[in-house]
Design a protein around this ligand. Structure first.
Ligand SMILES: C[S@@+](CC[C@H](N)C(=O)[O-])C[C@H]1O[C@@H](n2cnc3c(N)ncnc32)[C@H](O)[C@@H]1O
Length: 255
């Protein structure tokens, strides 16, 4: 089946990554968030294997996985994003591979990867089914699917973002847990787990947000409140105030 699609968001992603100074070494709230995602995810993964991150951007999660011995592949349609990803691999002192490619037509045979993941990708598509189907196609039977989804919704972390002048034109879907579960089941995934998470303190606070000292303080605050943040994950409070949905599932079929 031919997939109807447009690349209208690609120039904006190229612009974002072209001006991005990203470092996996900086222990900011996003680093802490990735640590938490990994703590949830690692017990569900095989001990070793090949992973594919679609729309990898700076490839933060792939860096974490590579550091734990997984053979990681990062794919993004922005070549500028992949430069940031390579820089992060160098900083983390890990090896992996990456390629410029389109999530709608992944350049891999079916049933190739032990783990297929995406972080902050799917919410940028009004209809994520074609992308999800491709991700599931290249996942081996009984392989692990993981995605975190950051829909357009209120969250404590972004509560004061509206006061910022800078606006993104990137599309963000406003899905709830139930809709996400429906999508994942529709592409044949089984044992689907989706929960709201990430009740982090507000990041963008007027005036002091520009100070790098605030980012350091924010990370300290996040570390301080981490036990509470973890307790709120999966609850109704996270549904209303959380930043993202943790989504995990298994591909059907025999190994
Ligand atoms: C929010 S960013 C992901 C950030 C990433 N998880 C990280 O840790 O930096 C979404 C990424 O998806 C990529 N992307 C969007 N549509 C895509 C497509 N159709 N194929 C491949 N990559 C795509 C964008 O270029 C962007 O880098």
């Amino acid at each position: 089946m031919r997939v109807q699609r447009t690349d209208s968001q690609k120039p904006e992603w190229e612009k974002i990554w072209g001006s991005m100074e990203d470092s996996v070494r900086e222990r900011d709230v996003y680093f802490i968030m990735d640590e938490i995602k990994m703590d949830y995810l690692l017990p569900l993964l095989p001990n070793a294997g090949r992973t594919l991150e679609v729309g990898c951007g700076a490839a933060h999660l792939s860096c974490f996985l590579a550091a734990r011995g997984y053979k990681t592949v990062g794919l993004d349609y922005s070549s500028k994003a992949l430069l940031v990803a390579q820089h992060n691999y160098l900083l983390t002192n890990v090896e992996g591979s990456w390629l410029v490619g389109d999530g709608y037509q992944l350049p891999f045979s079916s049933d190739t990867f032990d783990v297929v993941l995406s972080a902050g990708l799917l919410e940028h598509f009004a209809n994520p089914i074609p992308l999800l189907s491709e991700m599931v196609r290249v996942l081996r039977p009984r392989g692990i699917f993981y995605a975190d989804i950051v829909p357009k919704k209120f969250s404590l972390l972004r509560a004061l973002d509206g006061l910022r002048l800078k606006k993104s034109t990137l599309y963000e879907a406003s899905w709830k847990k139930k809709t996400i579960i429906t999508f994942l089941r529709k592409v044949g995934l089984q044992n689907v787990t989706v929960f709201p998470a990430g009740v982090f303190p507000p990041l963008w606070v007027p005036i002091i947000a520009r100070l790098s000292l605030y980012r350091v303080l924010h990370a300290r605050m996040t570390d301080l409140f981490k036990p509470l943040i973890l307790k709120l994950d999966r609850t109704q409070i996270a549904e209303y105030l959380g930043f993202y949905y943790f989504c995990q599932a298994v591909k059907g079929g025999a190994t």
